[in-house]
Design a protein around this ligand. Sequence first.
Ligand code: NAD
Length: 373
Amino acid sequence: MSSRRRFLQQLTLSAIAVPTLSAYPFAIPIQKTELDTDKPILKVALMGLGGYAERVAEAMQSCSRAKITGLISGTPEKLKTWGEKYQVPEGSRYNYENFDQIINNPEIDAVYIITPNALHHSQTIRVAKAGKHVICEKPMAINAKEGQEMLDACATAGVQLLVGYRMRFEPNTLKAVELREKGQLGKIKFFQGQTGFKIGDPNQWRVNKELAGGGSMMDIGIYSINGARYMVGEDPVWVTAQETKTDFETFKEGVDETIQFQLGFPSGAVASCLSTYNMNHLDRFYLVGENDFVEMQPSTGYGPVKGRTKNGPLNQPHTVHQTVQMDEMAQIILDGKKPILPVDGKVGLQDLKIIDAIYRSCKTGDRQELQLG
Ligand code: NAD
């Protein structure tokens, strides 16, 4: 088990002990839910049957608007066991060589790409060319140039591109956003985002530049970037960043261990964030306004996510993030629903522009101006 998965599960385990169908514990029970037969169902093929895909697959058993109808993997045994478990017929099981054939499969509306980061770009373009909607895990790609090409490919094909930003559907997070929008916090002055964990195994793809595209920033720092944007409610206009490296064996050239970065927003609000693969117990957002604050801790783990203001805790219900995300994404794709916080490819591309600028600032020591578009 990767340290990341262990870290995210610790957050869950420390919450509520509950029964589950999965090998992975959830904060609240996964129950097989009947699909909503009155409404169209999003038929989803999962690509990359690894750790996170397993969590998504189990969570999707509770979806009312989305179901697993296809599988894409390079491992024939996984296609067989997952196919039997989730009742995906052999004709809807593909490998990485032949998945373009989904173009002829009406049982697949969308592909959820859950593979190592550097593969997202080419896989998204192939899925788009096959005429299917794309749900892509974060980071959407490994740089903004690739991200733009993915947006262009999906636009040309007339398919939607969504990014697996599950926190953008999380109830306590949305409550914090609502409090800010209603003015309870007053003028927003400062955001602090701390996201990180100890990576462990130095041989995993997450510390391989070719597959990960970078290090902690690509994987966990992106939560602070994305969080800064939805918590402050603005897009940053500049960034400065500093990198620290203590373990040169695990974190080779181009693989960041720890980065601190600062963001400036048009209103004058500022953010100070930490992304690391070398410290545990970092999963905290802190938003300060002139009248009140919101602290989220844990802020991005699988849950329960907890928040409080000076008046006490936020009391929204705990949800299985991936269940809610997939039901919401089904409504975005099939019903044209506008989510409270967007999760489209444009948001993913903007995060990549910030990541590019963070890496540039680490190299040059200079403040980078941002034009997110
Ligand atoms: P993982 O290592 O557990 O699974 C990756 C899967 O991709 C494996 O099944 C592997 O066999 C497959 N794969 C296909 N081609 C590969 C190749 N060339 N090299 C290596 N593996 C290859 O990783 P994961 O934790 O499931 O992460 C997958 C993606 O999901 C990443 O982009 C990650 O950032 C994202 N993720 C998102 C969340 C979230 O909360 N949104 C959580 C975890 C992971």
